[in-house]
Every structure is written in C-alpha cells, then in structure tokens.
Design a protein around this ligand. Structure first.
Ligand code: 4AZ
Length: 534
C-alpha cells in the first residue's frame, strides 16, 4: 500500500529510523526475473497500458491479486499474463469481466487491509502457466526463503516518503519469513492479523509500491507454489518494517470455490400425492465460499431439466406418473460451469387422480373417465386441455370427501372424428395439491363389414326371417338400425331383427338394410334379397 498506513505510520518511521534511508535501487533490491521462473505472473494495467498491480494466474481464466487493487471498473482494466516484458509486442493482453474481492476484505486500519485478495476473471483463457496454491493453513516457518516479483517501484525514500518509478521488465527478489510477533510489534495487532497475514523481509530487499497483488512463492518455475500475495507495509525495505503478505493457504477455500466448479449439493426427496418435493443445500466448504449462481434439476427417467436461481433450495414436481420410481439429479452452477450432480431416487405416491379411459361413447361423442383416490377433504376438479374443443373453460366441480374411489365421467358431444385428442384433469384439494393426469383418445375408425349382413330362414309366407348383422370392425360403440325392404322399398315400422312375410309379400323380393353408425362413421349394407314363396 502506497497510501494510508504509510502516512499513519510515518511518525514511527521518522522516530525509529532516525536517519532516513537513501533510495535503494531495484524491486527493491532484486534482479530481473525470467519467464521460465515467473510465467504465471500477471500485471493489472489500465487500458492505457500503465501497470498498477501484480497478480498470479491461478486458473486459465483467473488471476489472484490484492483486494486493494480494485481501483477501476473491470472494463477499464486489462491483464498481461505470461510476459516479463510489459512492452513486448507479442505480450498476451486479456480483457476482464469481473473483479471479485474477498468477502471479508476491509481496512480496520487505513492502509492495512485484511483479507486483501481479489480474483479477477478474464474473458478468455490465458496460455500462461497456472501456479498452485500452498496447502495447509499456516505461514511457512520463520526464516523460510521465498521469492517475490513485480513491476513496482525499485526505490523508496523515507526522507520524503516517495516511491521511485515502476519498471517494464519484471524484477524479483528473495525474502525470508519474519516472526509474527516482530510484525505485530512493528505494525500493531489492530493492523496485523496473525492468522491471515505474515511478513517477510531481507535487508534492503522488499516488495514496493506497484508490486501489490503480486505473488510470493516457494520453489521456482514449474515447481513454484503460491505462498503469499503482496499486500502492504510501511515504505519499502525499511529495517523495522517487513513487507506484509496475505497468506494464500488461509484463503484457499475461497479461492478454490471461486475459480472452480461448485460441489455437489446435499439433496433430500419427499414424496407426496403424485409429486416429489426436492430440497437441497448448497455444499459450502467454508463461510467465505462463493455461492452458486444457480442450480440444475434433472429427472433421469423423463429427461426433464429445470434451472433455478442461486437462492432457490426447493422444487415441487407435481403431476408425476403413478408409482414409478424417479431419479432426481441436482447440480450447482457457477460462472465456471456446472458442478457434479447429487442424485436421489424416490417413488411418488399415487396420483390423487388416475386416468381410466377416454372412449367414443357414441357418434361424435367422447366420454372421459377418471378416478379420484379416497380423499379426506372436498376435491375440486375440472377437465382441461383439448383447446380445439374449448375445454379450457370447463368450470370447477366439487367431489365431496369420500372414503371410496370416486368415478368422474365427462361426456362431450360434437367431437369430430378422425382426431387425436388429449384430455387433462386438474384437481385441487384446497391446500397445495394440484395434480394433472392426461389421457389420450385415439382416432376413430369407420365400421367395416368383415362378414356382410345376411338373411337366415326360409323365404315363405308365415315363416320367420332373421336379419343377421354379420361381423363388423371399427371403433365402437355401434348404433345399429335394421330396415326391412320389399322390392327395395322400406316397409313402415319393420325395423326388428325378424320379419314374418305375409300373403302380400308372396312373389316379392324381401331384404334387410343394416345401418351401422360408430364414432368413425356410418355404413349401410343391404342383404341379398329372397323371393317369398306363397
Ligand atoms: C504497494 O503500495 C506496496 N514493502 C506494496 C508492498 C509494500 C509496500 C507498498 C511492502 O503496492
């Protein structure tokens, strides 16, 4: 930090140092860094190309830097990754769309931020190498040799509290982990939070203004591990004021939950009348963990997929198939994608309403039958769907509480044949249950004679003749009408199954005309005629 603590503590500095330090060249006190060792280092620049903070590539689209480096809006910032020379013509410049500060970032002492971390999201992936974050929770042992790099000031003058200019070629220096109490004594326990920060120093070597957000690493090159993030300090390379770093390991949970996929949620299923209630909890590895942006719920058997927002924790699935077990998968989503799914299987209780059949009950008439399970309270029901039949407006009906199943039959006339129809019933038990059950009516086929109608009996006066209907296929029910004919003329009132010819019929031809009307159409067939003997 260039401002803030530097100013608050300048009195101490003056008092403790007595004589002001001369400006020291380099990061402060370092050497030029190589891309082989520091490929994961990133620079935060303004759109004019002036670098103001360092950072480390922790995932192809994520750079970890300091919280106090959020100086501009994301659209005003660009990131140079994988380059040590910020002026190199082939340097990789990446756009930024998010700057996520650690949720606990604050400055209880101005200039001495806590949880001084920020994750910067790049609009596209960098090809720069990714540095792993140190495991464990504690700072390395006192005296551990670490290295820090940046494009910040190479000089600081305590005489007039001024910082020298930054550099375009990355510089690095070694520092050693300081004892925590040295640091707490130097800065005060209000400014220095032992668990989350640590100090590092070596004589005349330090990170300085503009190095903030940059990486402090153990090991080198491909075996480098991110241990700290440059945060603040009084001046640079002052004997009694070691550089202060955020402890990366202490914040690993927040970092990993922000740059990685969300974990599988905890899922619980409750079954109800034809429904499943899905409840879940987001897996939260630590309080600072970044919350999922949403959840995805899938039903394996039906292929249904429902996306809900990140604050939703419950989904009611109604109108499910009777008695069939269903597997529900729930996964969490964040800006990095979809996490692994947790799955639970349960069998919803039988629907309150069950579809029995939809049949042609007469020509152009359909009867739909549903059964309501025994119900303790009154149930309202109505037939819905079949928009072409205008069933949408069917009024609610009440089925009183019943200890036995209730049959609901609904007849509709004027239904054109040859149409595939769907009926739906909705029920409402006065509380929450609203179940729908669908039923399909197939296309009606016209009557077709498999065996034609024919006359049985002897064609003689006074002897009974039978009008046999033959055999018919086609969608039932059939309405059958017989008509006896004499010389092709209909005989009034002769529509019974039998006919007894009288003297007047002798020598004439008698036949029976059969009319079969079904939902699929009307067909007429006349038997062969018989000449009546006298
Ligand atoms: C800065 O302003 C800054 N010597 C970073 C680190 C230190 C001082 C200032 C520690 O970026």
């Amino acid at each position: 930090m260039r401002f803030g603590l530097v100013l608050t503590l300048c009195l101490y500095v003056a008092a403790l140092t007595g004589s002001a330090l001369a400006a020291t060249p380099r990061i402060v006190g370092g050497q030029e860094a190589t891309a082989a060792d520091w490929g994961f280092v990133a620079a935060l620049e303004t759109k004019h190309g002036s670098s103001f903070c360092g950072g480390a590539v922790v995932a192809p689209q994520w750079v970890l830097t300091a919280g106090h480096c959020r100086l501009y809006s994301a659209s005003a910032v660009q990131v140079v990754a994988g380059a040590t020379d910020l002026a190199a013509p082939n340097r990789q410049v990446l756009m930024v769309d998010r700057q996520l500060r650690h949720p606990l970032y604050r400055q209880p002492v101005k200039g001495a931020p806590r949880a001084d971390l920020m994750l910067v999201h790049l609009t596209s992936a960098t090809t720069a190498p990714v540095i792993p974050i140190a495991t464990g929770t504690k700072a390395p042992a006192v005296g551990t040799l670490l290295h820090v790099a940046g494009w910040g000031s190479t000089a600081y003058s305590s005489r007039d509290d001024t910082y020298g200019p930054g550099v375009t070629l990355l510089r690095q220096t070694a520092v050693r982990v300081s004892p925590a109490d040295t640091c707490a004594t130097a800065y005060g326990t209000k400014a220095f939070a032992t668990a989350a920060m640590f100090c590092a120093a070596l004589p005349d070597k330090d990170a300085c203004a503009g190095d903030s957000g940059g990486p402090l690493v153990s090991g080198a090159g491909a075996s480098g591990i991110l241990v700290g993030v440059v945060s603040w300090g009084t001046g640079c390379a002052l004997n009694d004021y070691p550089g202060v770093y955020s402890l990366a390991a202490h914040n690993r949970c927040w970092i990993e939950s922000t740059i990685g996929l969300p974990g599988a949620p905890d899922v619980a299923l409750a079954t109800d009348d034809g429904s499943l209630v899905v409840n879940w909890e987001s897996s939260k590895p630590c309080v600072e963990a970044t919350d999922p942006t949403g959840f995805r719920i899938r039903i394996a058997e039906t292929g249904h997929q429902i996306d809900v927002g990140g604050t939703v924790r419950r989904l009611d699935l109604a109108g499910l198939v009777n008695g069939a077990p269903l597997t529900v998968l729930v996964s969490a989503l964040n800006i990095n994608g979809e996490g692994p799914a947790a799955s639970k299987t349960a069998t919803p209780g039988p629907n309150l309403v069950t579809a029995v059949e939809a049949v042609w009950s007469a020509y152009r008439q359909v009867t739909t039958t549903f059964v309501l399970a025994p119900h303790a309270t009154d149930v309202q029901w109505r037939i819905e769907g079949g928009s072409d039949l205008k069933f949408k407006a069917a009024p609610w009906q009440v089925a009183p509480a019943a200890s036995e199943p209730t049959i609901i039959s609904f007849a509709r006339s004027g239904v054109p044949r040859g149409r595939q129809l769907e009926f739906r019933i909705a029920t409402f038990d006065g509380a929450i249950t609203s179940t729908t059950e669908r039923i399909e009516l197939s296309v009606a086929t016209p009557p077709v004679a498999i065996r034609r109608p024919h006359l049985r009996g002897t064609a003689a006066v006074g002897t009974t003749l039978h009008c046999d209907l033959g055999h018919w296929s086609g969608t039932r029910p059939f309405v059958v009408v017989r008509q006896w004919l004499r010389d092709d003329q209909a005989l009034a009132d002769q529509t019974a199954a039998t006919f007894v010819p009288r003297t007047v019929d002798a020598g004439r031809t008698v036949a029976c005309r059969v009319t079969i009307s079904g939902p699929g159409g009307i067909v007429r067939r006349t038997t062969s005629g018989l000449v009546i003997a006298s």
